[in-house]
Ligand binder design. Structure first.
Ligand code: NAG
Ligand code: NAG
Ligand code: NAG
Ligand code: NAG
Ligand code: NAG
Ligand code: NAG
Ligand code: NAG
Ligand code: NAG
Ligand code: NAG
Ligand code: NAG
Ligand code: NAG
Length: 654
């Protein structure tokens, strides 16, 4: 069946888009899947057009009212009759679906002008019209494939796993009245494979299953050898990947797939089942080939034995690893009794899984970083050195190896680990694993290919890559990440060391705040703390913190303000606020503000290519954040509001 699909000469447009592996947020800016069918065109001013113009608003209005079931209708008389279909997808909330269908209405006309048949699919909704009654009919003629660009290291085993999982998901989805299902299964010891499938709800259980089968068949066409993939038809779509791409509220069915073979020797096995066939065919040719056959058989048996041996070896190693992991857990559980942290019931994120921070073996990490070689060194942070590593499944990681004399005891370390693992936000760098063994303490984070903000911002050449659009996105991302730390997570977290080198950038230059080593948690109404040890980076520290060790969310706001001014000016605020004769960036900024010459502060690269009113507005917000009196500084929620809205009038900074 899959061969049919692959060899079919496409009568239609095939789209092939490269997916950037981002968890899919149903937002504006999402690229929809558009299916325009060639067929005949309607002409401007025709009856068909009139009917279509009645149909689309009706679909947009009524589609969301059906609680994620579909809405179908038709307008006009044959031959100008137009049939329409709308459905909220993926269990989208009504509000999101309404916006989505409204978008679809505009987009379908723009993307498929004058077409008599067209469909458009967003994450949240699907809209389709046609000149024939297509309801409940399978439509798999046009397909769209998207894939995760990362290669998989063991494609053969992975492919089997994907198929088995997706079979289960497809069957479950087809049986489910809502025609949607998710599943998850173990991939490696550390990673899971997640699957998702859904059909439009007008399909019967059989038709839905057929559609999903076609989609599974198309995986090879779309996403062979990749870590994840999507196949979209008009009638259904599937997706799989090695990270949980659906919202945290979704609780996927755990699918147990007996894994008969370990990774290493899979290729051997996969090529062997048909060996005996080949042998018998060759057998008819003559005597020489008989000895070849015997030779092959012997080799085959040898391979089987070898396979068994490797399998046993692997299993023993696995058992040892499991025991080791158990010891780690025991250790962690026995450490201290910081019940405040342990008992804090975090409600965000999905329950269970996410907060069970996986431990990883020290030797695995040592191996992945080539024994912490200097070539793999990414940088030196306050608490230790950061290395780049690669796990056996091909995932890149950043390993923070805490220096033994950092003064961070086991308990502090444990606190940090628990804290970080509970904080999940797209603008916070994600902790993947942790490792504690003997004297070694390691934190393993997702790897950020674009390093940190200072790397770009304070480099004469690289700075040019930071266009206004990118800087705008970075500023907003940092603000949201910080807001999450301050207010949206139940634990109130003060970062205390926000600076350009602690803002990491992913492949799309999205900012992620890192290094919560200094963060402390606060219970409600305990917003202000006092500390003996002042930790932080001069230049970013609020005066009350630098001088009196008093810190609060407002000292983070100060650091944010400094960072914002650095981003806008492209200059580093190297001087401490405390320095005498301070002609620091901040003092300079104040001076220019008072003289009304703000333009001189702005990075010249931005001047001609950016909306100046917006840039100056950001400078203004930056100045509000670095006001000397902490009470005058806005909270991060006001900052986010001010950054996002042109209509909020800003107070005068003092
Ligand atoms: C459909 O359109 C594409 C280009 O727009 C063309 O290459 C293809 O031949 C057309 N197919 C049919 C059946 O008209
Ligand atoms: C219909 O219109 C599209 C774009 O306007 C054009 O590419 C296509 O060739 C037309 N098809 C026919 C059959 O005229
Ligand atoms: C139909 O009208 C739209 C604008 O309403 C125009 O863009 C398009 O070119 C017209 N198509 C034809 C075939 O005249
Ligand atoms: C919509 O569906 C959900 C679950 O499928 C159900 O809990 C809810 O009551 C339904 N709402 C309406 C208005 O039918
Ligand atoms: C909508 O679809 C259902 C199921 O396929 C069909 O029975 C019904 O007639 C359709 N409604 C309209 C208005 O065509
Ligand atoms: C739909 O989009 C139009 C503009 O295209 C807008 O005026 C209208 O408010 C939108 N409606 C909804 C419900 O979003
Ligand atoms: C994936 O593998 C292909 C060849 O199989 C190679 O060309 C490509 O660069 C690899 N991509 C990555 C991200 O490793
Ligand atoms: C599939 O649908 C048919 C007809 O609606 C029904 O008779 C059958 O029981 C369904 N099968 C399953 C497994 O739900
Ligand atoms: C999917 O997997 C789960 C767990 O292994 C199993 O209980 C269920 O029966 C499977 N469903 C199908 C349709 O195979
Ligand atoms: C999947 O992995 C988890 C943790 O690594 C383990 O507890 C569980 O037994 C595994 N499940 C299967 C079916 O192998
Ligand atoms: C094994 O051989 C049979 C018949 O020659 C063929 O149908 C099948 O696809 C082959 N399997 C593999 C895994 O090559």
């Amino acid at each position: 069946m899959k061969h049919n699909l692959l060899s079919q000469k496409p009568k239609y447009l095939l789209f092939f888009i490269c997916l950037i592996p981002l968890s899919r947020n149903p937002t504006r800016g999402e690229t929809p899947q558009v299916y325009c069918t060639n067929g005949t065109n309607y002409t401007n001013g025709s009856k068909f057009e009139t009917n279509l113009n009645l149909l689309l608003p009706s679909l947009t209005t009524n589609g969301p009212l059906n609680n994620n079931t579909f809405y179908n209708t038709s307008y006009g008389k044959e031959p100008d009759r137009v049939y329409g279909f709308a459905q909220c997808m993926s269990g989208a909330p009504i509000g999101d679906c309404r916006v989505c269908l409204n978008n679809s209405w505009v987009q379908i006309l723009q993307n498929c002008p004058n077409r008599k048949q067209a469909a458009i699919r967003y994450y949240n909704c699907l809209l389709r019209y046609s000149d024939w009654r297509f309801f409940s009919q399978l439509e798999v003629n046009q397909r769209v494939g998207l894939y995760n660009t990362q290669n998989i290291s063991d494609p053969v085993r992975f492919d089997t796993l994907v198929r088995t999982l997706m079979e289960n998901v497809s069957t479950t989805a087809a049986m489910n009245p809502s025609r949607i299902a998710t599943g998850v299964t173990n991939y490696t010891q550390f990673a899971s494979l997640y699957g998702f499938g859904q059909c439009t709800r007008d399909l019967s259980n059989r038709t839905c299953y057929r559609c999903l089968e076609e989609a599974i068949g198309a995986i090879k066409w779309c996403c062979d050898g990749k870590q994840g993939g999507n196949v979209y038809f008009v009638s259904c779509n599937i997706r799989y990947d090695i990270y949980p791409f659906y919202p945290a509220s979704v609780n996927p069915i755990r699918v147990s797939i007996p894994s008969p073979l370990p990774d290493a020797d899979t290729p051997l096995w996969n090529s062997s089942p048909n060996k005996s066939d080949d042998v018998s065919k060759q057998g008819k040719k003559g005597k020489t080939s008989q000895s070849v056959a015997i030779g092959l058989t012997v080799t085959f048996v040898g391979l089987v034995l070898l396979g068994c041996f490797i399998f046993l070896l692997h299993r023993r190693r696995k058992l040892q690893e499991a025991r080791k992991q158990q010891r780690h857990h025991d250790l962690l559980n026995n450490l201290g009794t910081d019940t405040d942290l342990l008992n804090t019931n975090i409600s965000e994120g999905s329950p269970g899984e996410i907060h069970k921070l996986p431990f990883i073996d020290f030797d695995t990490i040592r191996h992945s970083t080539s024994n912490f070689s200097s070539e793999n060194k990414l940088g030196q942070g306050g608490f230790g050195t950061v290395y780049k590593g690669m796990l056996v499944d091909g995932r890149e990681i950043a390993v923070k190896r805490l220096s033994i004399d950092s003064g961070q005891g086991l308990k502090e370390f444990k606190n940090e680990v628990i804290l970080i693992s509970k904080l999940q936000h797209k603008n916070l760098v994600r902790l993947l694993f942790c490792c504690m063994e003997k004297e070694e303490k390691l934190l393993i984070y997702e790897y950020m290919p674009n390093k940190s903000l200072d790397f770009f911002l304070f480099d004469q050449i690289k700075r040019a890559q930071l266009t206004w659009r990118i800087r705008h996105n970075i500023v907003n991302g940092i603000a949201r990440g910080l807001l999450y730390l301050h207010e949206d997570s139940r634990l109130k977290v003060i970062h205390r060391d926000l600076k350009a080198s602690n803002v990491l950038l992913d492949y799309e230059m999205n900012p992620k705040i890192s290094d919560f080593g200094l963060a402390r948690t606060f219970r409600e109404n305990q917003g202000v703390g006092n500390t003996k040890k002042v930790i932080g980076t001069y230049g970013y520290m609020a005066p009350e913190y630098a001088m009196h060790g008093r810190f609060s969310v407002k000292s983070d706001v100060f650091s944010f303000g400094v960072l914002l001014l650095e981003i806008l000016s492209g200059k580093k605020n190297s001087r401490s606020y405390l320095a005498e004769n301070a002609q620091s960036l901040l003092a300079h900024a104040w001076q220019l503000w008072c003289d009304g010459k703000m333009m001189e502060l702005i990075d010249p690269i931005l001047i001609d290519s950016s909306p100046m009113d917006e840039v100056l507005r950001f400078v203004h917000i930056g100045l509000l954040c670095i006001q000397e009196d902490a009470t005058d500084r806005p909270t991060m929620s006001s900052v986010v509001l001010m950054l996002g809205s042109k209509s909020v009038t800003l107070p005068h900074p003092t």
